[in-house]
Design a protein around this ligand. Structure first.
Ligand code: GDP
Ligand code: MG
Length: 305
């Protein structure tokens, strides 16, 4: 990768032995399938835990995490290599600004990808949100739509829905597993709608959901691995899901000129603005002006005048 510093992935040794063993195993599996590079793009709204998840996976504090605003002003790529295998993770700024999907942030991400990874592929998308969000709204759908418009529907063949803050206590009436399944179903439905994946096509786009708990207060098992309330160590679990997607037989998303210069949701809307203004002038303003003129011409002087 031209100009990009690829460091040795030494932090892998900071993981508990059991986690290390599983990670080395998964990397070996990738290599045995001739996959020696994996490029993961991390996207989502601000403050959902994108940067924290990048740090957790790499095993060291490589990108800035901030509690009160999305503190990633521009995309950052972290590259680590281990016995001939290279992992690239791209952390990105939140896609929502001032209540709207930011076309500018999307453009920044695309031109960043163009500079660093032209002709290379995005192999996995981590679409991050929080487990403890109780509803999805139209804005979530718009975020998905904007990603789809920028990267193509195919990106969802390579996507994992990542839910952070996984160590939550569900509302009284629900068990953890019930809460998780309701939350993931509503997020997946939102993704299908935003990406315009039809019911018939949904089988073809089986998007896995992975749970993440980035907090230092995450529970651990006897092997010192961070675990979910279900007992599953989540880091190896996430990397296993990533490996599965990388090897799912669908090609990665190629970063080419078309993708970089292509439209995103906002830009496409903007193209129509002059047209809409012209149509408004022709079909709304002009007829009104004409009727006023006609009215004025027709008006006879009132008797009192
Ligand atoms: P980003 O804007 O999506 O990159 O989000 P950050 O990673 O900067 O996280 C925003 C805030 O949420 C920070 O205060 C993090 O410490 C916190 N945070 C992120 N992930 C988790 C998580 O899984 N559990 C908990 N409890 N806090 C998290
Ligand atoms: Mg961030």
């Amino acid at each position: 990768m031209a100009g990009q510093l690829v460091k040795e992935w030494t932090a892998i040794q900071q993981f508990p032995a059991a986690t290390q063993e599983k990670l080395v195993d998964l990397l070996g599996k990738l290599k045995s399938q001739n996959v020696d590079t994996l490029t993961i793009l991390v996207m989502g709204k601000g403050g959902v835990g994108k940067s924290s998840t990048v740090n957790s996976v790499i095993g060291e504090r490589v990108v800035t995490v901030s509690a009160f605003q999305s503190e990633t002003p521009r995309p950052v790529m972290v590259s680590r290599s281990r016995s001939g295998f290279t992992l690239n993770i791209i952390d990105t700024p939140g896609l929502v600004e001032g209540g709207y999907v930011s076309g500018q942030v999307l453009d920044t991400i695309k031109s960043f990808l163009g500079r660093l990874l032209l002709t290379k592929t995005i192999d996995v998308l981590l679409y991050v949100d929080r487990l403890d969000s109780y509803r999805v709204d139209d804005l979530d759908k718009q975020v998905v739509q904007a990603i789809t418009d920028s990267f193509g529907k195919e990106i969802w063949h390579k996507a994992i829905a990542v839910l952070t803050h996984a160590q939550l206590s569900p509302p009284d009436t629900l068990s953890y597993v019930e809460f998780f399944s309701k939350r993931s179903e509503s997020l997946l439905k939102c993704i299908r709608q935003g990406a315009r994946i039809s019911k018939r096509d949904a089988q073809n786009f089986a998007i896995p959901v992975a749970l993440v708990e980035n907090s230092g207060r995450c529970n651990k098992n006897e092997g010192d691995e961070k675990i979910l309330p279900t007992g599953t160590p989540w880091i190896p679990n996430l990397v296993q899901t990533i490996t599965g997607l990388a090897l799912n037989g669908k090609g990665g998303i190629v970063i080419d000129q078309k993708l970089i210069e292509g439209p995103n949701a906002n830009d496409r809307g903007k193209l129509f603005i002059p047209l809409i203004l012209a149509l408004q002038y022709l079909f709304v303003i002009k007829p009104i002006q004409k009727r006023i003129k006609d009215d004025v011409a027709r008006e006879t002087r009132p008797s009192w005048a």
